[in-house]
Design a protein around this ligand. Structure first.
Ligand code: MN3
Length: 231
């Protein structure tokens, strides 16, 4: 009983003596994580709208299950990172980095990917125009040549990864680059267009015929979204 009273008294004293800045810091700390939480983005089209290039079943699983897992896991890892930071535990902070890269990359890559795609009725597959079209012609010869080079890069991925059309932020030049796992396009390069080469992106429909998936996806590429990212 005495101990309980002592604790209650200590708590009252602590609350009474908390400085306004300490209260403010605590309030900021409690809202920071809420604000930094990411959520699964809605698609601008129905799951079945990209058929026959990508089946509705794949789209539903890929978006509502796979992408959702990256979202949930990224939020979990950020929460752990903030706890490690609060404790000043540098080793724990470093140990979390690869998981943030994987799940944060998974979230940002898929968010870009959904924007990259559009049903034919909404312009999917329509070729790029303007400055991006000109830059593609000058770097790769033609759009068809770019598609061939991207498909070759996709076929060369061993295991899981992505191939991206990227823009060098220093020179403005376009490049085709492949990334393993969920490594995101960051730093020197700006993502323009990405294609997911993980088995979960095609296997239910194309099985071992992944080259068919890489060929068909161009029918639902949203070049308008790519043009907006190109600078
Ligand atoms: Mn995927």
């Amino acid at each position: 009983m005495a101990n309980t009273l002592l604790r209650q008294s200590a708590l009252r004293t602590a609350l009474r003596t908390a400085t306004p800045s300490a209260v403010k810091r605590a309030a900021i700390a409690s809202t920071t994580f809420t604000r930094s939480k990411v959520t699964l983005p809605d698609l601008a089209y129905d799951y079945g709208a990209l058929e026959p290039a990508i089946s509705g079943q794949i789209m539903e699983l890929h978006h509502s299950k796979h992408h959702q897992t990256y979202v949930t896991s990224y939020n979990t890892q950020i929460e752990k990172l903030q706890e490690a930071q609060a404790k000043g535990d540098i080793q724990a902070q470093i140990a979390i980095q690869p998981l943030i890269n994987f799940h944060g990359g998974g979230h940002t890559n898929h968010t870009l990917f959904w924007e990259n795609l559009a049903p034919k009725s909404q312009g999917g597959g329509d070729p790029p125009t303007g400055a991006l079209a000109k830059s593609i012609d000058s770097h790769f010869g033609s759009l068809d040549s770019l598609k061939e080079k991207v498909n070759t890069a996709l076929a060369g991925i061993q295991g899981s990864g992505w191939t991206w059309l990227v823009q060098d932020t220093q020179t403005g030049a376009l490049q085709i680059r492949s990334y393993v796992n969920q490594d995101p396009v960051v730093g020197q390069f700006r993502p323009i267009l990405g294609i997911d080469a993980w088995e979960h992106a095609y296997y239910l429909q194309y099985q071992n015929r992944k080259a068919e998936y890489f060929g068909a996806i161009w029918d639902v590429i949203n070049w308008k979204a790519a043009e907006k990212r190109f600078q």
